[in-house]
Design a protein around this ligand. Structure first.
Ligand SMILES: N[C@@H](CCC(=O)N[C@@H](CS)C(=O)NCC(=O)O)C(=O)O
Length: 318
């Protein structure tokens, strides 16, 4: 009994990442930001963990997931990292419980980080009235319009705060020179925009059913009007199809995956062809895989997640 309690209360400093941690514990990073371990489960020889922390960008408590593959054990090898950004209505759980990515992360020895999709619990009037705006629909941008501007800063949260936190907290196992990003739907838009706005921050990028041209689809127009206001000059700064036309960073190949039977694709919410056309106009390499009969769900993502890990591994481990 006492042994069980002692084991549950076991704690250490995160600089000495140990994949045998269990239970709920407080961990202090080198910057003394408290990370609380919410859960830890062994899977494919590594550990799927969820942490929570107080976000300074979003001004609320946030959960994020970290998969530590078996190669992280011992903490003496620096591994590549992939950030995964989820879509509308999701939190950090959907991807880790439904996609089956851990098999491929373990195979390639890649750490995988998955943030939530919006601030939580900040209670802005109207934030829970629709599934495609507000809570679980942060669109990975920095809002400038009130009342959203104070908390809805998912762009800076992912690309600065969480990115830096991962480098510091997991510094003994993370190779900061080999970081990639992928995402689904709204998260696919987030992955593309994060890469194109921050040249060199991510060495590899791919997306499942991304919202490719948000300024030209109903989801994007609703989100951008709310978060950014009516000035469309601000909108193009968060639109992958517009951003790629002026991309001037390190060479990049965009991997875009799309289910041909996806109702949101058919309704023209996603518009991958617009992104492909923009890429071709400026000579940015792009691969568009159209998958016959697949929809928008995690059944589709789990069918091709292995291909995406292979794509990222080839670049990050070159
Ligand atoms: N309105 C529907 C559709 C939303 C939807 O398809 N969301 C996608 C991302 S855009 C998703 O990943 N849903 C969660 C899941 O399938 O686990 C819902 O509330 O689930």
């Amino acid at each position: 009994m006492l042994t069980a309690i002692a084991s549950r209360l076991k704690f250490t400093y995160i600089k000495q990442v140990s994949i045998s941690w269990s239970g709920s514990l407080k961990v202090k990073t080198s910057k003394m930001e408290a990370l609380e371990l919410v859960s830890s489960n062994k899977i494919f020889g590594g550990f799927q963990k969820v942490y929570s922390h107080e976000s300074s960008e979003l001004k609320c408590k946030m959960n994020f997931s970290v998969y530590l593959p078996p190669q992280a054990e011992g903490g003496d090898v620096k591994l590549p990292v992939i950030f995964y950004l989820s879509g509308l209505t999701c939190n950090e759980q959907n991807f880790i419980t439904k996609s089956g990515f851990q098999r491929y992360a373990a195979e390639h020895g890649i750490i995988v980080v998955g943030p939530d999709t919006s601030p939580r619990g900040v209670k802005i009037p109207g934030d829970d009235e629709s599934w495609d705006f507000g809570v679980a629909a942060g669109f990975y941008l920095d809002a400038t319009n009130e009342p959203w501007a104070k908390n809805y800063r998912m762009g800076s949260y992912v690309n600065k705060e969480l990115y830096d936190l991962i480098l510091q907290a997991f510094g003994n196992v993370v190779d900061g020179e080999r970081i990639g990003i992928m995402g689904h739907s709204m998260g696919g838009h987030g992955a593309l925009v994060s890469t194109l706005r921050n040249p060199g921050l991510y060495k590899s990028v791919s997306a499942f059913a991304p919202i490719c041209n948000p300024t030209a689809c109903p989801w994007g127009v609703k989100a951008f009007s709310g978060y950014l206001g009516e000035d469309k000059c601000k909108w193009v700064e968060w639109d992958a199809t517009e951003l790629v036309k002026k991309y001037d960073g390190p060479p990049l190949t965009l991997l875009i995956d799309q289910g041909a039977g996806d109702s949101f694709y058919i309704q023209k919410q996603l518009l991958p062809e617009n992104l492909v056309e923009a890429c071709r106009s400026v000579g940015v390499p792009v691969i568009l895989n159209l998958r016959e009969g697949y929809d928008h769900s995690y059944y589709y993502i789990s069918s091709y997640i292995g291909e995406h890990f292979a794509f990222h591994a080839k670049i990050l481990k070159a």
